[in-house]
Ligand binder design. Sequence first.
Ligand code: T5A
Length: 205
Amino acid sequence: MTGKFITVEGIEGVGKTTNMEYLQQLIMAAGKELVVTREPGGTPLGEAIRTLLLDPAYKGMDPDCELQLMFAARAEHLDKVIKPTIEAGRWVLCDRFTDATYAYQGGGRGLDMEKIAILEQLVQGDFRPDLTLLLDVPVEVGLARAGNRSAPDRFEQEQVEFFERVRRAYLEMAATHNDRYRVIDASQPLENVQRQLDTVIKTIL
Ligand code: T5A
């Protein structure tokens, strides 16, 4: 039996990291073996690519270069971590995946969605998440939460309008792919967010 592939998405500061820990507890409490990972990253090579992608020294990186680095890291991640884990019957919980590319490089940077779809097909074939949890908050809430931390990375230095486009792209994808997407109102206090996550995870368990 193969495992499940669950992804967590949203703009900066929605609470992905905070809620990944909670999701991990829920899934493991149900007796599932689970690997928790993230994108860009998840492998030694992917983490090296992540460092390049987030480094403010590369402000102004060509958007096509950014796009292809995302998929380069993803190809390695799929080959070394995601697919072998799922094939072994274990579950994978991933902080961001290809929907982030549609939202950030497509929505945010304005790259052609068709170009992203071609790379998606090339790197993934028909492989898609079983469940995508979109943590949604108004941009000003997410940025205020994210802003309480250390120095901003290359993406966090973008303007509010960029994140408005990212959020809009996520919500459009959630409407289009409503078979696998669940939208969580992450502007609520943490215990309410976790209650929503409980309900969704029970359906897949
Ligand atoms: N990217 C990634 C692309 O452009 N294309 C791609 O294809 C991919 C895969 C990666 C960057 O790469 C880009 C997108 C990103 O910019 P990242 O580290 O994955 O970066 O993403 P970030 O969004 O930067 O992660 P953050 O750490 O900023 O946000 P989180 O994890 O969503 O937020 P978290 O959990 O750290 O919470 C932020 C603060 O809010 C509080 C927390 O305690 C914390 O202080 N908080 C709440 N406060 C009140 N109420 C709640 N309900 C709260 N939930 C959390």
